[in-house]
Design a binder for this molecule. Structure first.
Ligand code: SAH
Length: 218
């Protein structure tokens, strides 16, 4: 665990412990993921007016029509990702930077791309503030992945494509895993494992994410 995450206030630590207890009661069991969530100051990833709601198990707005997912979904996706013990990961949809920060607490090399520059800028400041030096964010259209650092052991999408993005499969290592919400109105959280060059799909549970949109914006 990053030493910067240790010096946290008593009150928010108690609140975070309660959040983690709720996650355990909902079935999250990976001890590393739970420990990282116990330490990571989620309130720093929200605007001040919403910070007091940071540890509720709910999705919260982060500006420009985007949302930070509820802790349960963040934890579930991270737990599914950790099953393949990844060393290099790509996240598509940096948003607030919270999911990226969580990954950086657990995985040696984390890349994250965001299409909206103002969000990316704030996320970057938060990651630097927490000294999570193994996380790197890029202003880019993630629907085409991030070829520069490929192949990845795992790719996580936090925005939902209408169809399964085939281009991302090529950037996934053999034995790697891609985790994403698929669909428009009705979305399903799905896991794709790359085995023998083929993708094996498992559907996990219904979810609701913002759409994956093409292009970048300043
Ligand atoms: N993981 C984020 C969740 C943010 S919501 C967090 O922890 O806060 C999803 C994000 O995906 C939004 O910020 C949205 O702008 C971004 N997004 C949507 N389409 C994208 C694309 N094609 N490339 C990169 N980011 C995208």
């Amino acid at each position: 665990m990053n030493p910067q995450l240790r010096g946290i206030g008593f009150t928010s630590q108690r609140t975070r412990n309660r959040m983690v207890d709720r996650l355990i009661s909902k079935g999250i069991s990976n001890p590393q993921v739970l420990e990282a969530l116990r330490r990571l100051p989620r309130h720093l990833f929200l605007d001040e007016a919403l910070a007091h709601r940071a540890y509720e198990d709910t999705a919260l707005p982060i500006g420009l029509g985007q949302t930070l997912s509820q802790p349960y979904i963040v934890a579930r996706m991270t737990e599914l990702l950790m099953e393949v013990s990844p060393r290099r990961v790509l996240e598509i949809g940096t948003g607030s930077g919270f999911q990226c920060a969580l990954l950086a607490c657990l995985i040696p090399e984390v890349y994250s791309v965001e299409r909206l520059e103002p969000l990316l800028h704030k996320a970057q400041l938060r990651l630097v503030g927490l000294q999570l030096k193994n996380a790197r964010v890029t202003h880019a259209d993630g629907s085409i992945g991030l070829k520069k650092h490929a192949p990845y052991d795992a790719i996580l999408l936090t925005a939902a494509p209408e169809h399964i993005p085939e281009t991302l499969f090529d950037q996934l290592q053999e034995g790697g895993r891609m985790i994403l919400p698929v669909g428009t109105e009705q979305q399903i959280l799905s896991v794709f494992d790359k085995k023998g060059g083929r993708m094996l799909r498992q559907d996990i549970e219904p979810v609701h994410f913002v759409p994956l949109l093409p292009g970048v914006s300043r």
